[in-house]
Design a protein around this ligand. Structure first.
Ligand SMILES: [Zn+2]
Ligand SMILES: [Zn+2]
Length: 443
């Protein structure tokens, strides 16, 4: 999709969003609402419910699928939604599923889960280890899908109490494929006025959640450059143009973008993570390929980095008589920015469920998430759900071949998703315009 069409789409989506106002309830009725999250957690923790979720999560874990190839995962999701009697749209963005629960009327609130796995070999030896060599759910997306299905089940059981519509967004390709952007283009956010997303966090304690208002995760882009010289005998360098030396200088110069050009208080990263060139001890190669990632917390810093990466690579390569071409091979992820009001709402709901001391504010991190695409269109709140339990020992971070999920976290995810949606629909209703009163001045 061209940029102009994209802008039009974003604009149209904005038009569809009804203007919402948060009802201010008196203390007695808000007390009634404040019990909901705890009750839903009790439901999700019931043995039968918990066992059902664990079964789903293990099934998905055993059959990991890469971005836009989540055909079996998508089929499993649709089979569960069918059993629950929930209507959905499919396919959206190849394998994506968008389910609807409630009145079909505004407000519409979105809940999102990502379905894709990573291209890596699972090293954890357990009964439900990945059955697909070289593929693994090492980021917890199997847990995310399960939690959203858990929420769907709870919400469907409470469908008569919903004061609007819950939109369940099961998206493909979060891991670099920009699945969220394709879901938006497929209409997943149509009428939706707010969206929530969960990511499991192995370093935070189970039963606790962490997030922050404003920027939470960095904008992320990848770059790749081919630096070309002239190959030849390594012992006669005067007859060659050495791209290895040029690439080495390029890498050193790229490090100055953050250390010398960026505001020290504005977090940014440029990492060269790929360096490929040469294959013999005595041959200067024709070319070298380098690549890496750049990250920042504002659009301005992000585009400044992007521009300077091109200038530095081509300029520095030219100093050493080389040519360079620079490519940005994937769609960059925007900065994930939590809407302040929605984050405050999330804190209230999570506090009602877990206790205020279990709801933490975290520092922004340089990781990225394609949830940020949704947040560019509508207000969104993304948060981390703890999984760590001391009895389990050290838990590895996401993208480790030793990554594990503490399944005790599943009920918390299901209950948080469902509570956020249910309470959102109760508390944020479309503004009803009151008729303008006529002034009778004949008296
Ligand atoms: Zn990941
Ligand atoms: Zn992830």
């Amino acid at each position: 999709m061209s940029f102009s069409k994209w802008v039009v789409l974003v604009f149209v989506l904005h038009l569809f969003n009804p203007s919402l106002v948060r009802f201010c309830y008196g203390s007695s009725s808000s007390t009634g609402f404040s019990d909901i999250p705890k009750k839903l957690l009790d439901v999700a923790k019931k043995k039968e419910f918990f066992d059902w979720m664990v079964g789903i999560r293990r099934k998905i874990h055993e059959n990991p699928e890469m971005g836009y190839e989540e055909f079996e995962t998508s089929k499993l999701i649709r089979a569960e939604l069918d059993k629950m009697g929930i209507k959905y749209k499919h396919p959206v963005a190849v394998t994506g599923v968008v389910g609807y629960i409630g009145t079909g009327e505004p407000p519409f609130v979105g809940l999102r889960a990502d379905m894709d796995a990573l291209a890596m070999q699972e090293m954890v030896e357990w009964e439900h280890k990945s059955k697909i060599p070289g593929k693994m759910h090492a980021c917890g997306h199997d847990a995310h899908v399960t939690m959203l299905l858990g929420a769907a089940k709870i919400l469907q059981e409470h469908r008569d109490e919903l004061k609007g519509t819950v939109v369940l967004i099961f998206q493909p390709a979060e891991e670099g494929g920009g699945g969220a952007q394709k879901m938006i283009q497929g209409g997943a956010l149509e009428n939706v006025s707010a969206i929530f997303g969960i990511h499991v966090a192995p370093k935070f304690p189970v039963g606790q959640v962490f997030s922050r208002p404003g920027p939470l995760l960095a904008g992320n882009g990848f770059f790749e450059a081919v630096i070309s010289g002239k190959g030849g005998h390594a012992a006669i360098p005067q007859h060659s143009i050495d791209p290895i030396l040029a690439a080495s200088n390029v890498i050193v110069s790229l490090q100055h973008l953050v250390s010398r050009e960026a505001d020290p208080l504005d977090s940014q990263v440029v990492t060269v993570a790929k360096f490929q060139g040469g294959g013999a001890f005595n041959v200067i190669p024709d070319s070298v390929t380098i690549g890496g990632t750049f990250r920042a917390f504002s659009k301005e810093s992000f585009s400044q980095l992007k521009r300077r990466i091109v200038e530095v690579i081509t300029g520095q390569a030219a100093v050493q008589r080389c040519n360079a071409t620079v490519d940005f091979p994937s769609i960059p992820f925007p900065v994930a920015i939590n809407d302040k009001d929605l984050h405050a709402f999330f804190e209230t709901i999570a506090g009602d469920m877990l206790g205020k001391n279990k709801v933490g504010i975290m520092q922004p991190i340089m990781g990225s998430e394609d949830f940020s695409f949704y947040q560019e269109v509508i207000p969104g709140c993304f948060f981390f759900l703890g999984m760590h339990n001391e009895t389990l020992g050290t838990m590895e971070n996401g993208h480790s071949p030793y990554f594990t999920v503490n399944e005790d976290a599943l009920p918390y995810g299901a209950a948080l998703h469902s509570s956020l949606a249910l309470r959102y629909l109760l508390e944020f209703q479309p503004k009803i315009s009151t008729p303008v009163e006529k002034h009778h001045d004949e008296l």
